[in-house]
Design a protein around this ligand. Structure first.
Ligand code: SF4
Length: 469
């Protein structure tokens, strides 16, 4: 039976708010901060909450980590290399601490929730002053205060969220016209390669009224695009009594009038015809979907505990394309899952050829301790894994380039984000399909949605010219 989700008690949040005010007036507390974020959009959004709390405590953003008084690493543990990169960077700060003994270092996020990691940090990284996991992010002001007041290391890992969600925490959004809204936390799916359910807990949906109020406030603030976040947004609401499911929530958000709505991640098994209909009939939901397939072979999908078959996935893709003619699809794919044979790998390649995604995030399987797949025999050797991923990348590159050729001559609507990294006379932004488009423009266009005629397709981006009104 599902556990019903409740909000963290208001008095707990009020205590944290009072703590932020105390820290603000504290002598000798760090004056500046720098946050290093790894991983997915959920982590990026958690860092926006950390920023909100730090600013409320009176700290201001430092230009980079070398000149900050307090550096916090918000970590990811989905893949081994993300974890190693984070730990490598934490170690690098040890040197900085020798020249600046006042520097305080914190590590938080998914990695800290991994079994045994907090102990490892205590043992191996004595220069880390503060560590906390994902379930007690809201408790950060109190932990920060303890670190400063008691001049000692503070490590707090809460093993379970107890079916609660935090509300009313301050947020400083990193972008004034694009915003994230977390609609749910955690995941119940237990894909056999994935550590997320262990480190993010079970599914907990936020109250739909609160989500709608947040979206309305963003609309009033002039936000042009929102991204609804959850590990599996399609199961939104199943743990709440209101009877609001994801398609209904999406339809209600569509009514608010924000120009663009996106969402991720969608588990294919829960992608319902009702959701497809809401997307097809909406005015603001972008014709774009990230639909992680992970593999093209049924035996592997079963072993991964994905709970759909290749045929069901392809059927859903066909239904989507029937309803939303121009929909752009992207995906995640794992190669070299334990026991993957050459023929099974070929099934992934043939599925990619069949679906013809606009883009795919491809990964070599990375064993995560504590997951069933990590204990499976027949781990694929690195040489084979590397050859397979290169082959898959080459296939996807060709398909992306063929798909992008079709966009030439079309007019897309680009939410202008920043000057292009290669040429400051060019502006860069995302079109409705979530593809980067560059065009000649000026910084005063940043934050507008502008029509751009596509003239050229590059490897992963498009180029175009502004359509004059
Ligand atoms: S759906 Fe599967 S891959 Fe996605 S977060 Fe949940 S367990 Fe991990």
């Amino acid at each position: 039976m599902r556990r019903m989700t409740a909000e963290i008690p208001q008095e707990t949040i009020l205590e944290e708010q009072a703590c932020m005010q105390r820290v603000r007036g504290m002598a000798g507390r760090p004056a500046s901060y720098f946050i290093v974020t790894y991983g997915c959009q959920m982590n990026v959004h958690d860092s926006e909450t950390l920023t909100g709390m730090l600013e409320n405590m009176g700290l201001s953003a430092a230009a980079d980590r070398t000149c900050a008084d307090f550096v916090i690493f918000n970590t990811c543990c989905v893949r081994d290399n993300a974890e190693r990169r984070a730990l490598g960077n934490v170690t690098w700060l040890k040197e900085l601490k020798k020249t600046n003994p006042q520097l305080r270092v914190a590590v938080c996020g998914c990695m800290i929730q991994e079994p045994g990691m907090a102990e490892q940090i205590l043992r191996t990284y004595p220069f880390v002053d503060l560590a906390f996991g994902t379930h007690n992010l809201y408790h950060f002001p109190t932990l920060f205060e303890q670190m400063v007041l008691k001049q000692r290391r503070v490590i707090e890992v809460v093993p379970d969220d107890l079916g609660t969600v935090p509300e009313d925490l301050p947020i400083v959004r990193s972008n004034p016209y694009q915003a994230y809204i977390t609609i749910m936390y955690g995941c119940n799916n237990f894909c056999s390669y994935c550590i997320v359910p262990s480190v993010r807990g079970r599914e907990r949906s936020r109250d739909s009224e609160r989500i709608l109020r947040e979206a309305e406030a963003l609309y009033r603030d002039g936000v042009k695009e929102i991204m609804l976040l959850g590990q599996n947004v399609n199961s939104y609401g199943l743990d709440r009594p209101e009877g609001m499911n994801f398609p209904k929530l999406l339809a209600a958000i569509d009514e608010i009038g924000i120009e663009r709505i996106r969402f991720m991640t969608s588990h294919p098994k829960d992608l319902s015809p009702e959701l497809m209909d809401v997307m097809a009939g909406s005015r603001h939901i972008c014709p774009q979907l990230h639909l992680p397939v992970q593999h093209g072979n049924n035996r592997i999908l079963k072993s991964m505990n994905r709970r759909y078959t290749r045929e069901i996935y392809l059927e859903k893709v066909a239904m989507l394309r029937e309803r939303i003619k121009n929909i752009s699809l992207s995906t995640d794919i794992i190669v070299a899952y334990p026991g993957e044979t050459e023929q099974e790998f070929r099934d992934t390649c043939s599925l990619v050829e069949q679906v013809r995604y606009d883009s795919a995030f491809t990964f070599i399987y990375s064993p995560r301790t504590g997951t069933p797949a990590a204990k499976m025999p027949d781990q694929v050797d690195p040489e084979t894994a590397s050859r397979r991923i290169q082959e898959l990348i080459a296939i996807q590159k060709r398909i992306t380039s063929e798909n992008f050729e079709h966009y030439i001559g079309q007019t897309h609507h680009v939410l202008v984000d920043a000057p292009s990294r290669r040429d400051i006379h060019q502006m860069s932004g995302k079109n409705e399909y979530n593809i980067t488009v560059n065009f000649d423009g000026s910084p005063d266009m940043i934050g507008s949605i502008l029509p751009v005629r596509i003239t050229e397709a590059r490897e992963t981006t498009l180029r175009g010219t502004l359509v004059q009104a």
